[in-house]
Design a protein around this ligand. Structure first.
Ligand code: NIG
Ligand code: FE
Length: 412
C-alpha cells in the first residue's frame, strides 16, 4: 500500500453520468490531493492531508514539482496491427484523386491486406508494439485492436495471435476484435454472403478455440457489406457468444440502426448518421463512438457529437488509428479538435476517452479515480487540467501508472 502525491489537482471523473451532456461545473477537482493504491487497485482519493491521517505511517511516493492526476485514457477503436504504409493514398487523396482511382493504382484497404499478409509475425509484432508504446506515452492504457487486414483464416489468425503475443509484452490492456468482415477480399471466390458464411464457418470457430477475441466487428457500407446480409451475420455471431461492434454510418446512414437492433456494444464512425437515427442511438445502450481521426484523415465531416450528447447518447471518442483513413494516432489531439468543432465541454471530452470508452469495451472498473477502481492513472506536469485539451495533444504526460505501478520511461 502506498500514497502517491501530492497533486495540484486530481480530476476524479467520479459522479459523472454514463450518458448525455455534462457541464464542467460537475467535474470533481481535488486540490492538493493524493491517491492511495493497494496492489492494482485504488483504495482512496482525497486531499493529501486527509489521507495521511486516514492511513497513518503509510509509505509515500512523492511527486516531483507541480503535477495533476487524471484517469488513464481508453482508445476503444484502433486498427494498429498492420503491415506497410499508405502515405501515397493520403497524398493522392489530397491531390484530388477518387476512392476508385486510389484503389486502382494499388491503394486502399486491399493494399494494407497484401502488406499485412506478407509481413512476418515478428515484423507485425514489432510495429504493433511501437504503436502501443506511442499510445501509452499519450496516457492510453486500454487499447482496442482490430484484425481485418488478413481476411482469410491464416492471416486473420496471424493478426489476432500477434495481438495476443503483444498482450504478453505490455502492461496496457489490449482488447482484440475480429474484423474479418472488413471487406470481401479480392481473391475470395464467391459473393459477400458466401464470404460472411466463410467467416462463421472457418474463422470464428478458430478464434473461439484459441481465445483470440470475444468481439466481432463489421464494416456496413455501400462499398463493403450491405445492411440485410450484415444483420443476419451479426445475429449469428451473437448466437455464437461474441460481443458486437459495428463500423456504422461512415458515408451513408442506416447501419447504426442495425447496431442498436442487434444490441451492439458500440456503433462507431456515425459521420453520416441521420437525425432520427441519432434519437434511436440515444435511447439505447449502444455507445456512439466518434472517430475524428478518420474525419481529419479523409477531409470528411465530423460525427455530430453535440447532437448525440444532447439527445442523451453515451458518447465515446476513439482514434481509429489505421494506415488508410486515420494515420495520425493521436487521440488527444483528435478529441481536442472535435471539441472545438462540435462544442463539447471538457467534462464531455474527458468522459468520452475514459469511463464512457471503457463501457464500450465492457469495462466498469476503470476510467474514474475512486475506491475500488483499477489503479490506471496518468499525470501531467502542469497545475491546471484544462491545459491537456488546450494544448491539443502537445502537452506530454509526465508519469503513467498501470495497476498502481509507475511505468519505466525507458521501456515505453
Ligand atoms: O475505420 N471504414 C473502414 N475501415 C477503416 C479504414 C481502414 C483502412 O482504410 O485501412 C476505418 O476508417
Ligand atoms: Fe475503423
Amino acid at each position: 500500500m502506498k500514497l502517491i502525491g501530492p497533486f495540484k489537482q486530481i480530476i476524479t471523473l467520479s459522479q459523472l453520468s454514463l450518458r448525455g451532456k455534462l457541464y464542467d461545473e460537475q467535474l470533481e477537482i481535488i486540490s492538493e490531493g493524493g491517491i492511495v493504491v493497494d496492489q492494482d487497485k485504488i483504495l482512496g482519493v482525497d486531499s493529501f492531508e486527509n489521507l495521511i491521517s486516514r492511513f497513518p505511517g503509510i509509505e509515500i511516493e512523492k511527486t516531483e514539482g507541480e503535477q495533476i492526476a487524471i484517469p488513464a485514457f481508453v482508445d476503444a477503436h484502433t486498427h494498429i496491427c498492420f503491415g506497410g504504409n499508405r502515405a501515397n493514398d493520403f497524398a493522392m487523396r489530397n491531390a484530388g484523386k477518387t476512392y476508385l482511382e486510389i484503389a486502382e493504382s494499388g491503394g486502399g484497404i486491399w493494399s494494407s491486406v497484401q502488406h499485412t499478409r506478407n509481413a512476418s509475425e515478428q515484423e507485425l509484432l514489432e510495429t504493433l508494439l511501437e504503436r502501443i508504446n506511442f499510445l501509452i506515452r499519450l496516457g492510453i492504457t486500454t487499447i482496442e485492436i482490430k484484425s481485418g487486414y488478413g481476411l482469410d483464416v491464416e492471416n486473420e489468425l496471424k493478426m489476432l495471435r500477434t495481438i495476443k503475443k503483444a498482450q504478453g509484452l505490455t502492461d496496457a490492456t489490449l482488447v482484440p476484435t475480429c474484423l474479418a468482415a472488413h471487406l470481401k477480399p479480392r481473391d475470395f471466390e464467391g459473393g459477400n454472403k458466401e464470404y460472411l458464411e466463410y467467416i462463421i464457418q472457418h474463422i470464428l470457430p478458430e478464434v473461439k478455440k484459441e481465445e483470440l477475441a470475444k468481439r466481432v466487428d463489421i464494416f456496413i457500407e455501400k462499398s463493403a457489406f450491405q445492411p440485410e446480409e450484415s444483420k443476419a451475420f451479426l445475429n449469428t455471431v451473437k448466437d455464437l457468444g461474441f460481443e458486437i461492434t459495428v463500423h456504422a454510418d461512415q458515408f451513408t446512414s442506416g447501419s447504426s440502426r442495425i447496431a442498436v437492433e442487434v444490441g451492439a456494444k458500440s456503433a462507431d464512425h456515425l459521420e453520416a448518421t441521420a437525425e432520427e437515427d441519432i434519437e434511436y442511438l440515444a435511447q439505447s445502450d449502444t455507445v456512439a463512438t466518434a472517430l475524428p481521426g478518420a474525419s481529419l484523415g479523409l477531409g470528411e465531416k465530423f460525427t455530430p457529437a453535440r447532437k448525440l450528447l444532447d439527445a442523451g447518447a453515451i458518447l465515446a471518442i476513439a482514434s481509429d488509428w489505421n494506415p488508410g483513413s486515420a494515420p495520425m494516432g493521436n487521440l488527444i489531439t483528435q478529441a481536442s479538435v472535435l471539441a472545438t468543432y462540435e462544442k463539447l465541454t471538457t467534462a464531455e471530452v474527458l468522459a468520452a476517452i475514459t469511463f464512457r470508452a471503457a463501457f464500450a469495451l465492457g469495462f466498469n472498473d476503470r476510467g474514474r479515480l475512486q475506491e475500488g477502481m483499477k489503479a490506471d492513472f496518468i499525470t501531467f506536469n502542469t497545475n491546471n487540467f484544462q491545459n491537456i485539451l488546450y494544448h491539443q495533444g502537445s502537452l506530454k504526460t509526465h508519469t503513467i501508472y498501470i495497476n498502481g505501478k509507475k511505468l519505466n520511461n525507458e521501456t515505453i
